[in-house]
Design a protein around this ligand. Structure first.
Ligand SMILES: NC(=O)c1ccc[n+]([C@@H]2O[C@H](COP(=O)([O-])OP(=O)(O)OC[C@H]3O[C@@H](n4cnc5c(N)ncnc54)[C@H](O)[C@@H]3O)[C@@H](O)[C@H]2O)c1
Length: 356
């Protein structure tokens, strides 16, 4: 039997991974305690997603447990043992702003939770592939020191810079920078994931993602940028742009394209790897460009205002260079770009018939 353990299985990436890997014939063990509701309130609960998975996916078993609970995690690993071929670890506290409110919860979920899962993998299924959803915030605010130029609707890196053509690669320094507490807890986890590869020769990988998105996001103001923006457009909800004139650039990757990258890695795993992954030059936008696209796609004028106060740790310009991953896994490519992502999200909200 091939078992995949997927933590954060009700979340954007977790739920996409459940569907994808169940289609590939895996028995799926999902772990999610709907902590997203505790972080961000009812609007962000992923209970709906969990229920959907349980009703739609025959080979799915859900455990409503906390990844910090070592006893509960041990029971799961003990039970499935060497049948576990894959661990996809997506459960996390995902917001900068929230982390500063409760650093202990943030750190224990993001760092200690990851350590617990790594150590149980080592003890019970050391040959399994361990995939960790890391973040570009491990580079802190170092990208903000790049030579940026202001264009009409976005910040852009100076054309003479080596990052101009393909974006920021894995050689960027992770040290001596402001990460935010969220970035620090994710970096601690990222280093541990690398170390279990390098030290114990396990098949571990960190995907350092830019913005991840898709209709499966239980979006809210503090997390889930594109889906939240489109939600505001569709329901006529007010949106606040925080800092940088709304010209900050993010690259956006559909959850499907990320999970498809997991599949490529699983088929031909490496040890202690690190990849930047994101929409790259292929799929990106500034906040004000995204607002314009949301208006065009939804056919509705958005209500928004501007606050001078930028989010601490926010990147002014981030484009992921995905060439390292592509050079190792040449089968992988994008199914979505920014426009097709937004069209899909809008359609999903319209079908849900949601109101403010
Ligand atoms: N969404 C993004 O833009 C983005 C960008 C870069 C990296 N990431 C990383 O990717 C991963 C997945 O992101 P996402 O957008 O799918 O997040 P998400 O919040 O949609 O999903 C995470 C899930 O984990 C669950 N969870 C949280 N703490 C838990 C705990 N202690 N025990 C059990 N379950 C718990 C939540 O209830 C939620 O359902 C995260 O690790 C995040 O840091 C996300």
């Amino acid at each position: 039997m091939n078992i995949a353990i997927i933590t954060g299985s009700g979340g954007l990436i977790g739920a996409e991974a459940v569907r994808f890997f169940s289609n590939k014939g895996f028995e799926i063990i999902g772990i999610d305690n709907d902590m997203r509701r505790i972080f961000f309130g009812d609007e962000a609960s992923t209970a709906w997603s969990q229920k959907k998975l349980e009703s739609e996916i025959a080979n799915y078993t859900h455990y409503s447990e906390d990844i910090r609970d070592k006893t509960a995690m041990k029971k799961i690993f003990e039970k499935y043992n060497n049948d576990i071929k894959l661990i996809i670890h997506t459960a996390a506290q995902p917001s900068h702003d929230w982390a500063a409110k409760d650093p202990f919860t943030d750190f224990t979920v993001n760092a200690n939770g990851t350590l617990t899962l790594l150590e149980l993998t080592r003890q019970y299924c050391p040959h399994a592939v361990f995939i960790f959803t890391s973040t570009n915030k491990v580079y802190g605010d170092t990208p903000n020191n790049l030579p940026l130029v202001e264009l009409e609707t976005r910040w852009e890196i100076d054309e003479s810079h080596p990052y101009y053509k393909n974006g920021i690669d894995e050689s960027m320094n992770i040290d001596q920078t402001k990460h935010s507490l969220f970035g620090a807890s994710k970096l601690a986890a990222d280093i541990l994931v690398q170390e279990y590869g390098k030290y114990f020769n396990m098949k571990t990988v960190c995907f350092r993602a830019g913005c991840l998105t898709g209709p499966g996001h239980s979006s809210t103001e503090l997390h889930g940028f594109l889906a939240y923006l489109m939600k505001c457009a569709v329901v006529g909800k007010h949106y606040t742009i925080f800092g940088y004139k709304g010209k900050q650039v993010r690259d956006n990757l559909h959850s499907y394209d990320l999970v498809n990258a997991f599949w490529e890695f699983y088929k031909n795993p490496r040890v202690g790897e690190v990849y930047n992954i994101g929409g790259s030059r292929h799929s990106n936008c500034s906040v004000i460009e995204a607002i314009k696209m949301c208006e065009e796609i939804s056919g509705r004028k958005m209500h928004y205002c501007y606050s001078d106060r930028n989010r601490i740790g926010d990147h002014i310009w981030w484009i992921s260079n995905v060439n390292k991953f592509r050079s190792h896994y040449s089968n992988w490519g994008y199914k979505y770009d920014i426009k097709s992502i937004l069209i899909e999200i809008e359609k999903n909200f319209r079908n849900m018939n949601i109101h403010e």
